[in-house]
Design a protein around this ligand. Structure first.
Ligand SMILES: Cc1ncc(COP(=O)(O)O)c(C=O)c1O
Length: 452
């Protein structure tokens, strides 16, 4: 039953059980409420506002671009900002991922990637190609539109839409803390998780499998969870062996968030397609992209029909592309990727302090993409009952302490399991990390008092 806490106006809010404080402005790593309260944005919205809030250079650029040309349709025109942004993105992507198909966000990017994969095999092998299946994972998030949700492995988000979804095969995640194999090390979990891919390809029949999609560091499903390098060594080999495209979903982890240009760089893996969004424009405009390699582009666009049967009105709009280009240029100029690595290492070290609290079960992540998992009991890893509302209490305590977390849940069995993503802007300073840590200590200590 709804608690009807949301403001009463004409907005169809996401959650009627939330009070929604009104934000007046943003300044760097801070959000400022209408009442003057300052919150440190410890999650950049949802790992979006990478260069922080209120950047005047981006605002000035956007104004100028709007006055010059705000919209053209990609079916007929090209604009310098579209070309410049694609060039910049390709300077960041690994290997020969040199062709950028722009869209408006993360779900569109993952849907674009799987359609690109399907059309690649049709162009290469003919219209009767049996390759269409996409292998995905439980405890993964790839978006909320129906195609993207079909890839997503979060039962709570899928349940009521289940009859409308495509039945893509799902394998276990590299979730070492709760791995289904009782593996003792991250390396062993990673090996077994990669082997599960080969087993599934053989079960489905390689001839029917078009792609495998994975996050390099997991975002909202189980924040901060990542594999050992061996996982991507094996996955790359398996995908190549069975003629399956490897799609890396970097929507959250890309564009400096983990202390590298793309999180794929941590594993020195070159996927066939990268999907990206969020930090690409730091939230100054909606944008996303599917970036593919030479082989896919050549097969569809050069040797094939030359026409990707896809498209959205706002794909490649010159305003969003210009803003994303400007944001990436600022990140390069200011050295924010290196800052994410530096402050990420410091943040990671300081987060270890939180193990002193009885409800902190696991802390993991890379760079400034960190996650904390809460438990009722550390040795057994028993989660809280959903009725205890651990993540809700933690969230309110964080807001009281002046910081904004990105809580999540359901990783244990679809409903139980409480966690939070911590992903502040990659512009964060050491002093701001200290301030964030102070707030976290206060919020977690209070949550312990309320729960235990
Ligand atoms: C890894 C990943 N893929 C896809 C998406 C979907 O992106 P969007 O919400 O922009 O549609 C998200 C969003 O959080 C994500 O984290």
């Amino acid at each position: 039953m709804s608690q009807n806490k949301a403001p009463k106006n004409h907005v169809f809010y996401r959650n009627q059980n939330w009070k929604y404080p009104r934000i007046e402005r943003g300044e760097g790593v801070y959000l400022v409420g209408e009442d003057g309260r300052r919150y440190i944005d410890a999650c950049s919205g949802s790992a979006v506002a990478n260069i922080g809030h209120g950047n005047k250079e981006v605002a000035a650029f956007a104004k100028e671009q709007m006055e010059r040309v705000a919209f053209t349709h990609l079916s007929r025109w090209t604009v310098d900002t579209i070309e410049k942004c694609a060039e910049k993105v390709c300077q960041w992507t690994p290997g020969d991922l040199n062709h950028v198909y722009f869209v408006s966000g993360g779900s569109e990017s993952t849907e674009t990637a799987i359609k690109m994969a399907r059309q690649y095999f049709v162009e290469r092998d003919g219209k009767d190609s049996p390759k269409w299946k996409v292998i995905t994972k439980w405890n993964s998030f790839h978006g909320n539109t129906l195609g993207a949700l079909s890839m997503t492995g979060i039962p709570g988000r899928r349940q009521i839409y289940e009859p409308m979804l495509i039945d893509f095969p799902k394998i276990p995640q590299f979730y070492h803390y709760r791995n289904p194999w009782n593996a003792a090390t991250l390396e062993e979990t990673s090996r077994l998780a990669a082997q599960a891919l080969e087993t599934e390809i053989l079960k489905q029949g390689a001839a029917s499998v078009a792609a495998f999609i994975t996050e390099p560091v997991v975002g909202s499903a189980i924040p901060g969870v990542h594999p050992d390098k061996i996982y991507f060594d094996m996955v790359r080999e398996i995908c190549t062996k069975y003629d399956v495209l490897l799609i890396m979903d970097e929507v959250m982890a890309g564009f400096g968030r983990t202390g590298k240009h793309f999180a794929s760089d941590h594993y020195q893996v070159v996927p066939d397609i990268i999907t990206c969004a969020k930090g690409m424009s730091s939230g100054y405009t909606p944008i996303g992209a599917a970036v593919c390699n030479e082989e896919i582009f050549d097969t569809i666009m050069v040797k094939g029909s030359g026409n990707f049967i896809h498209g959205h009105t706002y794909a490649s709009n010159p305003l969003s592309c210009g803003i994303a280009w400007k944001v990436l240029e600022i990140i390069e100029r200011e050295g924010y990727v290196a800052n994410a690595a530096l402050q990420g290492a410091y943040f990671g070290e300081r987060l270890e302090e939180l193990y002193r609290y009885p409800i902190v079960g696991d802390i993991r992540g890379k760079g400034l993409m960190m996650g904390i998992e809460f438990v009722k009991e550390k040795t057994s890893k028993e989660p809280f009952d959903t009725a205890a509302n651990c993540k809700g209490k933690f969230t309110l305590n964080c807001l009281d302490a002046g910081l904004v977390p990105y809580p999540g849940g359901g990783s244990v069995d679809g409903s139980r399991g409480d966690d939070t993503l911590l992903a502040p802007p990659i512009t964060i300073t050491r002093e701001e990390v200290d301030e964030l840590m102070e707030g976290l200590h206060t919020a977690i200590a209070k949550t312990c008092e309320e729960l235990l």
